[in-house]
Design a protein around this ligand. Structure first.
Ligand code: PA5
Length: 377
């Protein structure tokens, strides 16, 4: 069970109201997802993963933002073993990166998992077209189509339409779950299973958190809000396990996109210690005092645990509010719990700041501007 070490003042009536609002929200599907997972979809994910493992040395996972960060976070953290390696593409517009990914796959057998809820995001669309070309050149159109797995909207969008027309195996991003809350849907589960992650355990951890995370998550949300009201405008997520760097990235997206609206929210930043104690440590200890630190305290070895202790004491002495989130286990169950905990905490926190946790008008603004510029050319 997740533990947090703070005791902010909590308005219980307001909290209950917020939880009810989230449960009623048309984008609140993630709240009950771990307990109500569509078992038909779950079995299809298992079948597809088995087929991919049997016939592919590489699975190219194409997606960006919420369609990518969550599963990469768990994969990097747990370093599972599998006969199929995962290659990521479509998470930038760099041609250099795309060419590198194409070179990595080389002549190996591969399949593609294209993940895009809207089906129209430019970064994944460009990478998909390059990898699809490679797939067709290697296997011919019919077999290529059988090696494409599309995770997208159930009913609409360019990717949905293409998947139906070409007969790709399809998985659904439920329409009541937004990108950054979607890691426990097929968005994350298919690539994670292919990579060797135990997704039953992951969902089990999340399902347990549906009840056990409510109290710590709301406590943490109220603490963030209280600090925000005192002009602490930056939260630094600190982890002492280098393999969790992408989990920090997922956190930054979750909080940044959910809270940063109407000139509100706390800016999410991250560090990996002790590495970053030798670069950002000075600032953390003695720089401008507008930030607080949230230690994600994974179970770790004895020496590393001493570093955690030292940082906690030194930074508190340096005048930084230090919060502690204690994670129960460094495995699938622990991460399932942690994901649910942060999703809930983030939604409650955004509501406390008076913004909608589930939209992203700023991201859409960039997407539309880019499309306009590209169309012009
Ligand atoms: O959380 C979000 O909604 C965004 O980060 C999206 O996941 C991201 O922009 C990618 O969108 P899509 O899945 O539609 O390609």
């Amino acid at each position: 069970m997740i533990e947090v070490n703070c005791s902010p003042e909590i308005d219980t009536k307001k909290t209950v109201g917020i939880l009810k609002e989230i449960a009623r929200d048309k984008m609140g599907g993630w709240l009950t997802l771990p307990r109500k997972f569509d078992m038909g979809e779950f079995m299809r994910i298992k079948e597809a993963a088995k087929k991919i493992n049997e016939e592919s040395e590489y699975l190219v996972c194409i997606g960006i933002g919420g369609s990518y960060l969550g599963h990469r976070a768990i994969m990097e953290a747990l370093r599972p073993k599998s006969s199929t390696r995962i290659i990521y593409a479509g998470n930038s517009l760099s041609k250099r990166e795309l060419d590198y990914a194409l070179r990595c796959v080389g002549d190996h057998d591969f399949s593609i998992n294209i993940i895009s809820k809207s089906g129209t995001t430019l970064e994944p669309a460009i990478a998909f077209s390059a990898f699809k070309r490679k797939l067709i050149e290697k296997y011919g159109e019919e077999e290529a189509n059988s090696r494409i797995y599309a995770t997208t909207d159930k009913k609409e969008g360019a990717l949905h339409d293409e998947a139906v027309a070409s007969g790709y195996t399809r998985f659904i991003v439920p329409n009541n779950i937004g990108g950054r809350y979607s890691v426990l849907t097929a968005v994350g589960l298919l690539p994670l299973l292919v990579a060797g992650v135990d997704i039953d355990k992951l969902l089990e951890g999340a399902a347990e958190a549906v009840e056990s995370a409510v109290s710590p998550a709301t406590k943490y949300a109220w603490m963030r809000y209280a600090l925000g009201q005192k002009n602490y405008d930056t939260e630094v997520f600190a982890s002492f396990e280098p393999s969790t760097m992408y989990f920090n990235e997922w956190l930054k997206q979750l909080f940044g996109e959910s809270e940063g609206k109407n000139k509100q929210g706390i800016f999410p930043a991250s560090v990996i210690y002790s590495t970053d104690l030798h670069s950002l440590g000075q600032f953390m200890q003695d720089g401008r005092r507008n930030l607080f630190e949230t230690i994600i305290d994974y179970p770790t070895d004895e020496t590393n645990a001493k570093v955690v202790q030292a940082v906690r004491i030194a930074h508190t002495d340096g005048g930084i509010p230090v919060l502690d989130i204690r994670v129960s286990s460094f495995d699938e169950k622990g991460f399932g719990e942690l994901i649910y905990f942060f999703e809930l905490a983030c939604a409650v926190s955004a509501k406390l700041f008076g913004v909608n946790p589930f939209d992203q008008p700023g991201v859409e603004a960039y997407k539309n501007e880019l499309k306009r510029l590209m169309t012009k050319e």
